[in-house]
Design a protein around this ligand. Structure first.
Ligand code: SF4
Length: 282
């Protein structure tokens, strides 16, 4: 898809690296936002397989050790910690869970715990009443219907209170090594859009877009790496584009720095003209 790229004073229409301009943009008609509901040819050119592969490989090289930041010793603890991490930092969750798991180490223990006692222990994670209801409900269901074991499949996980696809993907990927989907948290959401791998806003649709272009063996590590990238470099308000390993592949409208390589990649015709002029001059 053609993107309006703003670098400093420049406002230019350009196409992505190795991408073909869509018909609407080429003909001067206003380009519409690509959608997961449209055909592949109409989707964002940022989803070009070579470009996506370069993004995946660059993230792998930049964040080889990226992993889940929530402390846990088993699938049950990870499930609880992930539910508690909604609208809360992992650091804060990690401060709360040791005492919670010391007092109620198993689903059976938590299922028998009074709600006010759970609320008191998780109060600082925010939305503590709803979260207490969710983890207590999940504990009861796991105890009653899954023999005290966290289920290993998406459909069963989604029946647990407080569990949607993001939490289920975290548990399946991190605790069991099962790549059933891709974790789409706020970092993955923002960065996938900045990198033009999706134009969607709904996490479920973003996940579908990512699953269609990221090789399945990369699904689990990809989200860990994107989350690490979001925490360290591609920050929401002021991304550190000048030190970003993906900079030359990125043509996000809110970039804070443009290298010559990125400009050339985003404006291939202008780069070719400049090269040819230099050849003639020199
Ligand atoms: S270049 Fe900037 S906006 Fe693009 S991925 Fe890197 S930090 Fe994020």
């Amino acid at each position: 898809m053609a993107k309006v790229i703003r670098a400093g004073k420049h406002t230019t229409r350009a196409k992505s690296v190795g991408a073909k301009a869509p018909a609407a943009a080429a003909s001067g008609r206003r380009a519409t936002r690509p959608s997961a509901r449209k055909g592949a040819a109409e989707r964002s050119a940022g989803r070009n397989p070579e470009r996506v592969q370069a993004i995946v490989a660059t993230l792998a090289a930049a964040y080889p050790q990226a992993e889940c930041a929530l402390h846990h010793r088993n699938a049950w603890e990870l499930l609880v910690a992930t539910i508690l991490s909604a609208q809360c930092t992992d650091v804060r969750v990690n401060m709360v869970t040791p005492e919670l798991f010391r007092r109620y180490p198993t689903p059976q223990d938590l299922a028998a715990a009074p709600l006010p006692a759970i609320e008191e222990l998780i109060r600082t994670t925010g939305f503590y009443h709803n979260k207490a209801v969710s983890i207590s409900g999940a504990a009861k269901k796991i105890t009653a219907e899954f023999a005290g074991q966290v289920p290993r499949d998406m459909a069963a996980l989604l029946t647990l209170p407080g569990v949607a696809r993001k939490t289920a993907n975290v548990v399946l990927g991190v605790a069991f090594g099962i790549a059933d989907g891709i974790v789409v948290d706020t970092h993955v959401q923002r960065i996938s859009r900045r990198l033009d791998v999706t134009a969607e806003e709904d996490p479920k649709r973003i996940e579908q877009d990512l699953m269609a272009v990221i090789p399945r063996p990369e699904w689990i590590a990809f989200s860990h790496r994107v989350i690490a990238h979001g925490r360290q470099t591609c920050i929401a308000r002021k991304p550190k584009c000048d030190v970003c390993p993906l900079e030359r592949l990125c043509y996000s409208q809110d970039k804070t720095y443009w290298s010559d390589a990125a400009k050339d990649a985003a404006h291939p015709a202008a780069a070719a003209a400049k090269k040819s002029a230099n050849r003639r001059a020199g």
